[in-house]
Design a protein around this ligand. Structure first.
Ligand code: UD1
Ligand code: CA
Length: 452
């Protein structure tokens, strides 16, 4: 396999999103759409990735610079069409002799094998490969005109198409591959003599054919090449991802009791024999091992969950939550950057932030790890088999020793030794007969008032 590059087009305005945020930075399944295209380029082995963006969207340039490097940004100013956009990226590929795939920054769900088939078509001697799909409503899509042998003859934009061409349902996804030199040669010949006055990337096909070069079309499903122009289409892309990924999880042995209510992230990893109850939301960076149950209404992100854990209902696991085997996290328990060793439990109403909880330790209801003093975060350690009584506040930095007990309602500000008991609350005071005397006094008072 020769070297590969990707040019990702993202210089469009995206005005229909009605958003201060550039369109391609809106997330699908917890990842900006642009990053889907970048990840796709990486998956198919592109060693060079260029994102074409507008000078009016510095957030996109910054994003690309942070994700890939400043040399991976190509500015198109002004935007004169898709062919012009690709040309704007070519100088950055000077000296590159491999194959190039053109992707869009607003088309997140393209499967890698579809792009792989385009590179395959180039390897078989085609000058260009185009990803096409059969559209239910071809509308504004460019139409793919094929020859008797199925080869690609031309791409005709909808607004330039004859009635016969309009009737074609095989449409252009926008994804096209060709060698860097082929694209460079063909695009230097594309003109803007069309109804939009733009340099169309799609014209490269007709020019290649006029030179007697063969072009190929690879077919994928319409859902695979869903482009996002509006919030409604953003929701459609999200739904398409969610439906497909839930199916894959279930096929792999995960129980989803109400699949349509579970929101997955692009990188959610769930092993076989995990059960997910209804209404669970996953953010990025979650892995769950076999035998674990996630109960209803839990919210989980950045968490590594071991085997045979019991989580929720109404649990919140935030980034850095690390749970070993057989950990129990019950209702209204929030974890952030906290490690729970094997068999540790926090069953009710707790906040555990910046903590390390030893094996089989028990965190009682209402325990708070007071990790923040307004300036810095501090660590709370709870030893193996320790028992934290309900409604305790552990003021970090602090360590509760192995096997130690903390009495309910304590505020612990100093380390507790192994196997000790720490109690930090006022002793109860009991006055015998006080209540009887109090009631008698109050009754007398009320009786006195009632007479008047
Ligand atoms: C394009 C294709 C059409 C295809 C459709 C698929 C052309 C001429 N037409 O049409 O055949 O069916 O996509 O969705 O290629 N962009 C730039 N710079 C520009 C213009 C566009 O970066 O100067 C980017 C946009 O941000 C977008 C992509 O290229 O990501 C496509 O541009 P758009 O204007 O939406 O093309 P369409 O008219 O939809
Ligand atoms: Ca479009």
């Amino acid at each position: 396999m020769g070297e590969r590059a990707a040019i990702i087009l993202a210089a469009g305005q995206g005005t229909r999103m009605k958003s201060a945020r550039p369109k391609v930075l809106h997330p699908v399944a917890g990842r900006p759409m642009l990053d889907w295209s970048i990840a796709l380029a990486e998956t198919v082995g592109c060693s060079r990735i260029l994102v074409v963006t507008s000078p009016n969207a510095p957030a996109v340039s910054d994003h690309v610079a942070a994700r890939l490097g400043p040399g991976n940004v190509a500015i198109q100013d002004p935007p004169l069409g898709t062919g012009h956009a690709v040309r704007c990226a070519l100088p950055a590929l000077a000296g590159f002799e491999g194959d190039v795939v053109v992707l869009y920054g607003d088309t997140p769900l393209i499967p890698a094998d579809a792009v792989e088939r385009l590179f395959q078509a180039l390897a078989e001697g085609h000058a260009l490969g185009v990803l096409g799909f059969d559209a239910i409503e071809p509308g504004g899509y460019g139409r793919l005109v094929t020859g008797p042998e199925g080869g690609l003859e031309a791409i005709v934009e909808a607004r330039e198409a004859s009635p016969e061409e309009q009737a074609l349902t095989l449409c252009n996804s926008g994804v096209m591959a060709g060698s860097a030199s082929t694209l460079s040669t063909l695009l230097s010949r594309v003109t803007n003599a069309n109804t939009k006055g733009e340099y169309y990337l799609t014209d490269a096909v007709g020019l290649a054919r006029a030179d007697g070069q063969a072009c190929a079309v690879a077919i994928c499903s319409e859902a695979d090449v869903l482009g996002v122009n509006s919030r409604v289409e953003l929701a459609a892309a999200e739904a398409a991802f969610q439906t497909a990924r839930r199916q894959v999880l279930m096929q792999n042995g995960v129980t989803l009791q109400a699949p349509e209510t579970v929101m997955l992230c692009h990188d959610t990893e769930i092993a076989a024999d995990v059960t997910i109850e209804p209404h669970v939301v996953f953010g990025p960076g979650v892995t769950i091992q076999s035998g674990t149950v996630i109960r209803a209404f839990s919210h989980i992100e950045g968490a590594r969950i071991g085997p045979d854990c019991d989580i929720g209902p109404y649990a919140r696991l935030r980034p850095g939550a690390e749970l070993e085997a057989r950990v129990k996290i019950g209702n209204f328990v929030e974890l952030k950057k906290t490690h729970m060793a094997e068999g540790a439990k926090a069953n009710h109403l707790s906040y555990l932030g910046d903590g390390r909880v030893g094996p089989a330790a028990n965190i009682g209801a209402g325990t708070i790890f007071c990790n923040y003093d307004g300036y810095a975060k501090h660590v709370t350690e709870v030893g193996a088999g320790a028992f934290i009584g309900s409604n305790s506040a552990l003021v970090a930095p602090v360590r509760i020793g192995d096997g130690a007990y903390v009495g309910s309602g304590s505020v612990i500000t100093r380390d507790v030794a192994d196997n000790a008991l720490a109690v930090a609350r006022a002793r109860p005071v009991e006055r015998a007969g006080w209540a009887t005397a109090f009631r008698a006094r109050m009754s007398a008072l009320l009786a006195g008032k009632g007479k008047q």
